[in-house]
Design a protein around this ligand. Structure first.
Ligand code: SAH
Length: 365
């Protein structure tokens, strides 16, 4: 049986990679830029639509490559305007992306893996386990699909878009693909979403924090902490057994040294009622930051988003405010992140490929 060579996903190729591909067809460099622009700037979704390419080149491309590898299965719109896209890869794995509008700036939250191998006890995505790493093209395509849906194909975004790597998966366990995707996204002939607009969140894959710190053009970093005590963090986030708080904080301190002028980095802290939200927990957190002399940090408090399969309740708003006040009294900047899209399972830790037809405001696209 003749094996059909697998097609390349052109959306996951850097401009330099496309130039090589074009050259192998005897096509000049500017053709590569033309294709790159068509995919990332004009956000066209098939070769057919790139009508300004010579027919011969277009049909060659069609033979060996495709632009689109994700299909949108369902789209859910929250009462607060948040949108959740449940997509599928060409080989049938779920991918979820969230669009979060706000007055000043809109945010797109992408997934780095289908499912997640980490077993954070309070997170619904963990229940899926790791299905597979997403390719650079599948990461970039999530952004393209959302931009086209929200603003229209190829339309400019009205006030720039922030991108966060906080969807399903652990980005630092798919590091290489993530870095290629970020390079493609930031290209000024394409999406032009520069690293300064991007934040990547990690559960604490320590060696990659060091690597990330060394990147020349790196995005912002957020580290999910959720407890300042090893014993509790071991149960909440079992990755802590691999790299404990001492190793994590030592890496965080090193990362702090890579911050640019005025830049800070973030610790995320999921507020779990009666588990990690006492005044004593806040004091412990302040002491931990102090012990490692971390001063250019802020703490984002995330009220827990519940689900039937999760054994946690969210802290009361009063508790969250009090926790924040204790941190502030110790000189730590703290912010409460407002949950968005809870009604459609789009909020943090809720991405688990849920597709019940009874979710409100469902629309198929
Ligand atoms: N794996 C990465 C990125 C995905 S999780 C990480 O752990 O950072 C993004 C954020 O959502 C993390 O800070 C995580 O702690 C938080 N989170 C997970 N489950 C949650 C839940 N049920 N409610 C609120 N936040 C949650």
């Amino acid at each position: 049986m003749v094996k059909v060579a697998e097609k390349v996903h052109i959306t996951g190729m850097t401009r330099a990679g496309l130039e090589e591909l074009a050259a192998s067809f005897g096509e000049p460099k500017y053709r590569a830029t033309q294709v790159f622009k068509a995919v990332h700037e004009r956000r066209l979704r098939s070769f057919d639509e790139i009508s300004d390419l010579p027919k011969k080149f277009r049909s060659k491309l069609e033979e060996i490559a495709d632009i689109s590898r994700l299909t949108v299965e369902s789209r859910y719109v929250s009462t607060d305007g948040t949108r959740r896209y449940l997509m599928k890869t060409a080989d049938g794995y779920p991918v979820e992306t969230v669009f979060i509008p706000s007055e000043k700036r809109d945010t797109i939250c992408f997934s780095s893996q289908s499912g997640c191998p980490l077993k954070c006890d309070f997170c619904l995505t963990a229940k899926l386990g790791l299905l597979r790493n997403l390719t650079p093209g599948e990461i970039v395509e999530q952004i393209i699909i959302v931009l086209n849906d929200v603003y229209g194909v190829g339309e400019e975004t009205p006030h720039g878009t922030n991108v966060v790597g906080m969807g399903a998966g652990e980005p630092f366990l798919n590091f290489e693909n993530l870095i290629v995707a970020l390079e493609i996204m930031s290209d000024d002939e394409g999406l032009f979403i520069v690293p300064n607009r991007v934040t990547i969140s990690t559960a604490g894959i320590v060696p990659k924090i060091y690597e990330f710190a060394k990147l020349e053009n790196r995005p912002h970093l957020a580290i999910s902490l959720s407890s300042a005590r090893d014993e509790l963090r071991d149960t909440l986030m079992p990755i802590n057994k691999r790299w404990d708080l001492d190793e994590l904080m030592t890496a965080a301190k090193e990362f702090e040294g890579s911050l640019r002028r005025g830049e800070r980095f973030t610790f995320e802290y999921v507020m779990l009622g009666g588990v990690n939200d006492a005044d004593a927990d806040a004091l412990e957190l302040a002491r931990l930051l102090d012990r490692y002399q971390l001063s250019r940090v802020k703490v984002n408090l995330i009220p827990h988003n519940g689900a039937e399969q999760l054994d946690y309740s969210t802290s009361t708003p009063e508790r969250v405010e009090r926790f924040k006040a204790v941190l502030e009294s110790r000189g730590v900047s703290a912010y409460v992140r407002q949950p968005r899209g809870r009604d459609i399972y789009a909020a943090c830790g809720q991405l688990a490929a849920k597709s019940e037809p009874n979710l409100v405001h469902m629309m198929s696209v």
